[in-house]
Design a protein around this ligand. Structure first.
Ligand SMILES: *Cc1c(COP(=O)(O)O)cnc(C)c1O
Length: 387
């Protein structure tokens, strides 16, 4: 996927884990709801009805992608809100039964900071270590369970290093122990097939702008029967659980983006995975002293996280940008805050490599030509920095 920059340079966008490009068809699906169909879904006349129908159509589209029921889908403002709601809501609802939460060290900050907030309120949180591939072991989850554990939250796929966690196994443990299980699937939803009919998860977060939809909209799946309090108090929207006039255009855009992603999911996953593997092999073939972070095969289709020995990743990103290549360091959310990301640290990446980490994330539109150009630029610029 490339386009022209103002200076006429071709742009190669390899930062799809940070956010994705919204195709015109998604924009076009949203447009009526930004213009003539401006109705409030809570009003009784025709405009309102159109908005209401659009919301419920989208709820059905999203539910079908997960094999869930429409009544189990709640629209939110995105991944961060869904994560906050799941963690604070599920933990809060059960505080009489216990105040212990299990999570991992490599979660997104929306999870980690929600957990820290709960710690300040008197909850106890176990942050599980991961192995050198970024995997949370189901045994470590089992060992961390206490009589007062009420919530386990482990991400589906890691946004920095791409590792896909053993969610089914962890979910089975949670279910056997009668503990609720949430997964942050923001990076995995619409990248991997997920069915809540078979997967033992009680709540799941997703965000539209990570799958070619608009920013500021997402959803939380909550399994029927799981008790969770209202997150935003006010009117009766989202069955009284998430008040506020709905972002109709955004929600419709998310639905259209989901339809596009799922219409061809297995094929695009396969294509993206092959291109990713081709790129990894090419990097290893062309550039010495490099390591791949995250699990080799249990990996999000578009993720490549590599560390180059003895150089500064931030400097490399600047040189890549000069060549029209957009990539990022550990994750978009941490830029500037810390030199070495906490995820890279948790994996135990050796010091001489850790500072030289870059993340290249592909999407279904990335081409072999994009990859070839990016690797050529990487090769040239890594050599330049190592001189
Ligand atoms: C991007 C991301 C989020 C946050 O989603 P927003 O919609 O940007 O708030 C949460 N978790 C993971 C794993 C992410 O990659």
């Amino acid at each position: 996927m490339s386009s022209e920059r103002e200076n006429g340079k071709r742009e190669i966008y390899l930062d799809n884990a940070a956010t994705t490009r919204m195709p015109d068809v998604v924009k076009e699906a949203m447009e009526p709801y930004l213009g003539e169909n401006f109705g409030n879904a809570s009003t009784m006349y025709r405009y309102g009805e159109e908005a209401r129908e659009a919301l419920e159509r989208t709820r059905k589209i999203i539910a079908d992608t997960l094999e869930a029921k429409p009544s189990e889908i709640y629209f939110t403002s995105g991944g961060s809100e869904s994560d906050n709601w799941a963690v604070k809501g599920i933990a809060g609802e059960q505080k009489k039964e216990g105040r212990h939460i299990i999570t991992s060290r490599i979660e997104h900050h929306a999870i980690l900071n929600s957990c820290e907030y709960l710690e300040r309120l008197g909850y106890h949180v176990t942050y599980l270590d991961v192995d050198e591939n970024g995997l949370v072991s189901p045994e470590s989850v089992m060992q961390a369970i206490r009589p007062d554990t009420t919530l386990i939250t482990v991400m589906f796929g890691n946004n920095e290093v791409g590792t896909v966690e053993p969610i089914a196994q962890i979910g089975r443990i949670a279910r056997e122990q009668k503990i609720l299980f949430h997964t942050d699937a923001v990076q995995a939803y619409a990248q991997l097939p997920i069915s809540v009919r078979y997967l033992p998860v009680d709540a799941l977060s997703a965000s539209a702008h990570k799958f070619h939809g608009p920013k500021g909209v997402g959803f939380l799946y909550i399994r029927e029967g799981v008790k969770i309090p209202s997150f935003i108090h006010g009117g009766g929207q989202e069955r009284g659980k998430r008040a506020g006039t709905e972002n109709v255009a955004g929600i419709v855009g998310m639905g259209r983006a989901a339809e596009l992603a799922f219409s061809n999911l297995r094929r695009s996953v396969q294509k993206e995975t092959m291109l990713r593997n081709y790129m990894i092999e090419k990097i290893f073939h062309e550039i010495p002293d490099v390591r791949l972070n995250g699990h080799r095969s249990r990996r999000l289709p578009g993720n490549i996280s590599v560390s180059f020995k003895g150089l500064d990743g931030a400097s490399l990103l600047i040189l890549l940008d000069e060549d029209g290549i957009c990539a990022s360091g550990g994750s978009a959310c941490n830029t500037g805050e810390e030199r070495i990301s906490y995820v890279i640290e948790a994996l135990g990446v050796p010091d001489e490599y850790a500072a030289g980490t870059v993340r290249l994330t592909l999407c279904r539109d990335t081409t072999r030509q994009d990859v070839d150009m990016a690797v050529a630029s990487l090769k040239r610029n890594v050599a330049r920095l190592r001189e």
